[in-house]
Write a protein that binds this ligand. Structure first.
Ligand code: AQP
Length: 332
């Protein structure tokens, strides 16, 4: 049986993109693999963060993970910071990782802050983030890691570090294969279809639909979605290059209703009609999710317990891997 690991970072309110691209596939995979689904709260502290907001977002993520249909009877749900093996192994892996490797990480180069050409105001944790991510992965010994382009370099680093560790100290880690995930929906920002819809966008971002947005707000956001300048008889068609706004809305409809983009365009004559179809499709997804969220949120203690039990299970599952790494590297 395959092991599947997925982490969500509480760096902002979860979006429809996160649901269609991550939460829904996570729920669908529950029976096909041994699943570990975590909230990577430690990864949310690599840039400026507010402790109260982090705590609140983590609670919201816990509830939304369950509301999305992830069933703690079939998948292990956990909170990264409650499984200390993640940070402990990260340190051991830092003793196996070269500074040159971290310097080459594209995401670090993009996210670091500079003042007058010098790195400044950038947290060390942003720099070492790929090592913590390597620990996140290696602790669960997955044989395959499905990974999109933006995380590929980090998973390659995890493989390099695991191989180096195994060679130097003994065969502790399973070196995972990188696989290409099935092409899923990649939702773009409704106000700027050149940019991915992101949970860390500003709170009032007009183009980001959040899972807990009020239905009226969702209607307004879709009504204001950017479309493309050519109108006319064949205006509603899928063409990412020539018609990025319309194509994004078609993708959105297709993902929400489980059809193809071509079928989604069928019989939709105008941009206005497309927005109406998109609004209905999105609300049909969000309404049951929000209802379930409200039910679960009425008993936060119960949700908390589920995540604590899952975290306890992760502490057990990861203990032998950490112990083997400690012993191999020379800690007694
Ligand atoms: N726009 C999107 N369309 C489809 N899938 C998406 N995901 C994110 N945005 C879209 C998927 O959601 C998961 C979230 O992983 P993460 O918490 O590690 O954050 P991320 O990938 O960096 O996603 P965000 O929402 O853009 O967060 P910020 O703004 O904090 O960087 C992943 O499976 C991702 O593919």
């Amino acid at each position: 049986n395959d092991t599947r690991l997925s982490l969500l970072t509480p760096s902002g309110h979860l979006t429809l993109g996160n649901y269609l691209g991550a939460l829904r596939p996570m729920a669908a995979a529950q029976d096909a693999a041994t699943c570990f689904y975590g909230i990577s709260d430690l990864h949310a502290m690599t840039t400026t963060h507010d402790p109260a907001r982090l705590r609140a977002l983590t609670g919201e993520f816990r509830t939304l993970v369950l509301a999305a249909g992830i069933d703690p009877g079939r998948a292990t749900v956990f909170q990264q910071s409650r499984v200390p093996a993640h940070t402990e192994l990260a340190y051991l892996l830092e003793c196996t990782t070269y500074v040159g490797e971290l310097n080459r990480m594209i995401q670090f180069k993009e996210k670091r802050r500079t003042a007058g050409g010098v790195i400044s105001g950038t947290r060390t944790s942003l720099y070492t983030y790929p090592v913590l991510m390597a620990a996140d992965i290696l602790l669960y010994r997955p044989t395959h890691v499905p990974v999109g382009d933006d995380q590929r370099q980090h998973v390659e680093l995890a493989r390099d570090v695991a191989q180096r560790f195994n060679l130097a100290y003994g065969p502790v880690f399973t070196v995972p294969e990188i696989t290409v995930p099935p092409v899923g929906a990649r939702l773009m920002d409704l106000a700027d279809p050149a940019r991915k819809m992101s949970k860390s966008a500003e709170a009032d971002a007009a183009g980001v639909v959040r899972l807990l947005d009020d239905p009226d707000l969702v209607r307004r956001k879709i009504a204001r979605a950017v479309t493309d300048s050519d109108t006319g008889p064949a205006a509603v068609r899928f063409d990412r290059t020539a018609k990025p706004g319309v194509s994004n809305l078609l993708e959105l409809v297709a993902a929400c209703t489980g059809t193809t983009v071509e079928d989604a365009a069928e019989g939709v004559p105008t941009y206005g009609a497309l927005k109406k179809v998109a609004t209905d499709a999105v609300l049909a997804v969000l309404e049951p999710l929000q209802r379930r969220y409200a039910e679960l949120a009425a008993d936060p203690g119960q949700v908390e317990e589920v995540f604590e039990a899952g975290s306890a299970r992760c502490r057990e599952v990861t203990a032998p891997v950490l112990a083997a790494a400690r012993a191999a590297i020379g800690l007694s």
